[in-house]
Write a protein that binds this ligand. Sequence first.
Ligand code: WAQ
Ligand code: MG
Length: 616
Amino acid sequence: MRASESGRHISGAERIVPAGHIADTLAALTRRALGHESGTPDSINLKAEAIPRVTHIPALPVSTCEVSSPENGWNEIERVLSSAGFDNAKAIRAMFPDCIGMRGAMLLDADTLERLEPDHARGVRATCMDASRPSPADRKNHFAEALVLASKVLSAPNILGEICVSDDPNYVTGYVATREFGYRRITQLKTPGDPAGGRIFLYRGPKDEVARAIAYLEHEPVIVDLPQLPPTDRFAALAMDLDAIKAQGLYRAPCTGDSPRLASSALDSNPLPPPIDFSSNDYLGLSHDPEVTAAAEEAARRYGSGSGASRLVSGTLPPHLDLELALAQFKGAESTIVFSSGYLANLGTVSALVGKGDVILSDELNHASIIDGCRLSGAEIVVYPHLDLAALDRLLSEHPAPRRLVVSDGVFSMDGDLLDLPRFLEICHRHGAFSMVDEAHALGVIGRTGHGLAEHFACGQPDFMMGTLSKALGSAGGYVAGSGLAIDYLRQKARSYIFNTAPDPAAMAGARMALDRLVADPGRIERLRRNVAFLVRELAQQGIDVATQSAIVPILIGDERKAVAASAALAEQGLLIPAIRYPTVARGAARLRVAVNALHSEADLAHAARAIANRL
Ligand code: WAQ
Ligand code: MG
């Protein structure tokens, strides 16, 4: 089918179908021509042709490379071509602008870069092909049609590769196909709105066989079978994705070490001094407090190493109830519900409170666990600019819904800045929306005695106060505090609470004791605060201005690889200061994240400030 309007091409498509489907297929192709977004045709040319025989070929294996910019996308093309044995990948890439605007593809000698297509203006067109399970004929499916084309092209004699960018201005995903790595989708090869597309077929072979390759592309009827990929190909696709992560400097490995966390050389029998740890969220060093570890040991001995069942079945043991009561008292709330992790607390709470038809307003820098809870809920998600409460106010006016939830980090975990809680609460109340604040990095840190944001601002409390047991309390788990009714509701509705084995008794007893220790000795919090102020001063003396309202001191670097290199150099000087990269923060906003601890000495902090300054 070919549709045009006063000679201008609008749409073209072909199908290979059994004789009985001809009428339906022609009708669908006509609908496709008439419904095309680039205009209404004044002529549609339909042709049905009998094909004596078809060859079946397998579809190329498919993998996807997520990239954030056309430049990264083209770098990936070069990388794939080089690994597939094209030595002059850069030069091939440089030829691409020459094929833009052609009706067909450039046929390029991959080694000499000579153009082999007889008509340079038109190019070579691959035709006479379809999929074994064709997608509906009445709409263009870019991906399905491109996979069929690429599979046929790479089955042609002496054609070993292809590069393709769509000429649809809004379709920015393109691909590079090679026999070795199959069809590799690349999510961005041009900026949206750009109509420049084209194709290059890469030829490697004798000149006198070029005509044979073109004849195959243009006339050999081919059905591309779309089977389940065999396991080896599935894993090859995963391996390609890992390679791309590495090539972008985004590869991560668990950070291991034998020594207990923190500046606790006394605990270490290792002859080498342990690194000074600026990575831990155990802000007050309570994970190693002897009374805390003793309480955890005692609970493990009494109740076992695991709880054996979910909370609502038979997994609730005295340590769970003791902790929930103590946390409620500490937060000045009627009730508290404990989850196995902070992640699960956010996931379960957000998804329980709102659903389809409701609206969530969420700060753009909220923690991933909140984002995942929002997605899981099915509610409409309205993201507001970071800490922009005027925007929040306006967006609440613009998004009415039966139930609305406003959710924010209290302390933002990668920037260390603070939510203006009084204003946040005033806005939520005025609009009648639920308020939820994540105090994972606030408990034990913010407020004179570590009670969190409400203490710091001497204001009221959000409806749902979420926090963790795994940071300043040095244990594992998460919680939500609120009214008796609010918490009762979560126990009935939060699926990450209901369908999850109850947290270990030892973790509960450890967290409970840590809470007692924190209340008994607020001096720890004071030491933490002094340490933060000291580090900020030391950095300032080195000419590095940082801002923080918590124990998290971000040092912005930008480039992912530079941040990783800085972190590695600091490790050589005995400093454990992690590089934080995408996807934890935005691409290009990589940073060193210094977590200050109450146990750091001034010497540790001064050493860190000097070493960081030397690296920047
Ligand atoms: N044979 C050779 N070249 C062609 C053909 C053909 N049959 N059809 C189009 N071209 C050339 C022509 O120069 C176009 O300008 C260029 O390719 C792009 O064609 O996995 O839609 O039809 O999601 O715009 C890629 C899908 C979609 C990636 C490609 O190409 C994915 C696409 P378009
Ligand atoms: Mg097109």
